[in-house]
Write a protein that binds this ligand. Structure first.
Ligand code: SAH
Ligand code: SF4
Ligand code: F3S
Length: 477
C-alpha cells in the first residue's frame, strides 16, 4: 500500500460480512470545541437511495445545524456539500460519479469548499480507492457507521488535514439522541432496526449497513410520543427487515408487540418498510385486523416467483409461503393494498422462471412494484454467478413485467372511483398551482384543489378520476 495513504481508514467488505462486534447503546454527545464550527457557513446535502438514507440525511442536517451551519438555498452558496450515497445497483453508483464530476467546478471559485461523500458507497473499499485516486478534490469520506462523527471530521479539516477518509467495516453502536432536522412537520421516519442479516445473494446492504440491530423499544416509543406532542400525524417505521425487530434483543418482544404499543401513542397513522415474507408472522397480520392506526398498506418484496430463483437468491421462502402471507393479509383486511419489489434476469432465471413471476404478479394483484434488472455487486455471492442472460433479454423481461405492473397500478387506483378517502396533505403539487397533494390511507398519491390551511392535516377527498400513478379528487368539507 502507498505509504502516504496509510492514515486513511478504509473498510473491507470481507470483514464486514463477519458479524463480530458487540452492540453498544450510546448517547450522542457533542464536544464543546465543535459547537461553533459551522458559524457563518452554509451546507447542502444531496440524498440518494432508500428511506434509511433519507432518515440519515435528516440526522446529518440536524448535526450540522447544531454546530452552527445553515442551509444554503442554492448550491453555489454552499461551503460544504455532502452526497449521501447508495450502492444498491451500478446505476445508483454511476449517478454519484457523474455528480462528483459536475460539482468539481465549484472548487475553482471556492477552493475551501468541502465536498464530501458518505452513506453506503464508502462502505466499499473499491469506492474509497477510486475517490483517493480519481477525485482528489473530495476531501471528506465517511460511511454509514460513523456519520455522527461529522463534527470531529469537520474540525480536523479546519485544523489543516487535507482529507479525512474514515469508513469502518463494523458497526458497534446504536446512537440515541441524535439531532434531527426533519424534512416534514406532519410525517416522520423512525428507524426501528439498523443493518441487515439476511444476506440475499445479490444484495450489498448487509455489507454496507452492517449487522441487524434493533433500537430499544422504549427509545422508539418515546420518539413517537414526542412526535405526537409536536403535532405529527404519521410515522413510517424503518428497517431492512422490520419483521425481524427484537430478534437480536433479550426477551420475546417482537415487531407485532411494538406495533401494538405504538398504536396506543396517539399517532394517527403507522406505516412500515420493508417487510420480509419469511418473517411476516401471524401476530403481525392480526394487527391489521385490530389496529386503528396501522395503515391498510403493505410493501412486501417478492423478488421472484420461481422457487428455484428464490433459493438461489437466499430469500428463505417459497412462492407458496409468499402467497400464504398475502392470503392471510387479505383475510385480515380485505381492502389492503399491496406493492412489491421484483428483480428480473437474476443469474439462471429462465423464461419459465420469469413466467412464474408474471403469474404471481397477476394472482396477487399488486397495486405497484419497483422492478429492477439484476445488477452484479462486487463482494456479494451473486457477483460471481454465471449469467448468460443477454442485456436485450433482460430489458425485454423488464418491459413485459412493467406492462403488467402498470395494469395493476391502474386497477388499484380504480378501486377508489367515487370513494371518499382520507388524505394526509403534504403540500402543493409541484406541477400545478392551487393543487394540493398527499397520501391516502392505502398510500395512493391524491391530488385535489385546496388552500394552504389544509397542509399537514388529514382531510376527506372524493375521488373523481383515478389515474395510473395518482388519483384526482375533490375536497369534501
Ligand atoms: N430490505 C429491503 C430493501 C432492499 S433494497 C428488502 O429486502 O426488500 C430494495 C430493492 O432493491 C430490493 O428489494 C431488490 O428488489 C432490489 N435490489 C437489491 N439488490 C439488487 C441488485 N443487486 N440488483 C438489482 N436489484 C437489487
Ligand atoms: Fe438486501 Fe435481502 Fe437485506 Fe433486503 S433483506 S436489505 S434485499 S439482504
Ligand atoms: Fe442504497 Fe444503502 Fe439504502 S445501498 S438502498 S442507501 S441501505
Amino acid at each position: 500500500m502507498d505509504k502516504k495513504l496509510e492514515k486513511y481508514l478504509k473498510p473491507n467488505l470481507k470483514e464486514a460480512r463477519m458479524r463480530k462486534s458487540d452492540i453498544e447503546y450510546k448517547e450522542f454527545i457533542l464536544d464543546e470545541k465543535y459547537k461553533s464550527l459551522g458559524e457563518g457557513k452554509k451546507y447542502r446535502i444531496q440524498t440518494y437511495g432508500c428511506q434509511a438514507n433519507e432518515a440519515d440525511s435528516e440526522i446529518v442536517a440536524g448535526i450540522l445545524e447544531k454546530i452552527g451551519f445553515t442551509l444554503a438555498e442554492d448550491e453555489v452558496d454552499a461551503d460544504l456539500i455532502l452526497l449521501n450515497t447508495c450502492a444498491i445497483r451500478e446505476n445508483a453508483e454511476n449517478r454519484i460519479w457523474g455528480e462528483l464530476g459536475r460539482l468539481k467546478i465549484y472548487k475553482k471559485d471556492k477552493p475551501n469548499l468541502v465536498l464530501g461523500v458518505f452513506g453506503c458507497m464508502p462502505q466499499e473499499e473499491r469506492v474509497v480507492e477510486k475517490i483517493l485516486d480519481e477525485y482528489p478534490y473530495v476531501s471528506l469520506v465517511y460511511g454509514t457507521h460513523n456519520f455522527y462523527k461529522l463534527p470531529e471530521y469537520i474540525y480536523r479539516l479546519s485544523e489543516g488535514e487535507k482529507r479525512v477518509i474514515e469508513a469502518y467495516s463494523y458497526e458497534g453502536s446504536i446512537i440515541e439522541n441524535l439531532p434531527k432536522k426533519r424534512e416534514q412537520t406532519h410525517k416522520a421516519w423512525v428507524h426501528i432496526t439498523h443493518g441487515c442479516d439476511e444476506f440475499c445473494t445479490y444484495c450489498i446492504v448487509p455489507y454496507t449497513r452492517g449487522k441487524e440491530r434493533s433500537r430499544l423499544k422504549d427509545d422508539i416509543i418515546a420518539e413517537v410520543k414526542h412526535l405526537v406532542e409536536r403535532g405529527y400525524k404519521e410515522v413510517t417505521l424503518l428497517g431492512q427487515n422490520v419483521n425481524a425487530y427484537g430478534k437480536d434483543l433479550e426477551g420475546d418482544y417482537t415487531f407485532s408487540d411494538l406495533l401494538l404499543d405504538l398504536d396506543k401513542t396517539g399517532i394517527e397513522r403507522i406505516r412500515f418498510t420493508t417487510s420480509h415474507p419469511r418473517d411476516f408472522d401471524d401476530k403481525t397480520i392480526e394487527v391489521f385486523r385490530t389496529s386503528k392506526h396501522v395503515m391498510p398498506y403493505v410493501h412486501l418484496p417478492l423478488q421472484s416467483g420461481s422457487n428455484k430463483v428464490l433459493k438461489k437468491m437466499n430469500r428463505g421462502y417459497t412462492k407458496e409461503r409468499y402467497l400464504e402471507v398475502i392470503r392471510k393479509l387479505k383475510d385480515a383486511r380485505s381492502d389492503i393494498s399491496i406493492t412489491t419489489d421484483i428483480i428480473v434476469a437474476f443469474p439462471t432465471e429462465t423464461e419459465e422462471d420469469f413466467l412464474e413471476t408474471l403469474e404471481i404478479v397477476n394472482e396477487v394483484g399488486f397495486e405497484g412494484a419497483y422492478t429492477f434488472i439484476f445488477s452484479p455487486r462486487e463482494g456479494t455471492p451473486a457477483f460471481s454467478y454465471e449469467n448468460n442472460i443477454t442485456e436485450k433479454e433482460a430489458k425485454n423481461r423488464l418491459k413485459r413485467l412493467n406492462d403488467l405492473v402498470n395494469k395493476g397500478y391502474l386497477e388499484g387506483s380504480k378501486k377508489f372511483q367515487d370513494k371518499t378517502v382520507k388524505v394526509l396533505v403534504d403540500g402543493f403539487s409541484k406541477k400545478k398551482d392551487g393543487v394540493l397533494s398527499g397520501y391516502s390511507e392505502h398510500n395512493k398519491l391524491v391530488n385535489f384543489k385546496g388552500d394552504e390551511s389544509l397542509i399537514g392535516k388529514i382531510v376527506n377527498v372524493k375521488i373523481t378520476k383515478p389515474m395510473t400513478w395518482f388519483l384526482i379528487g375533490e375536497y369534501v368539507k
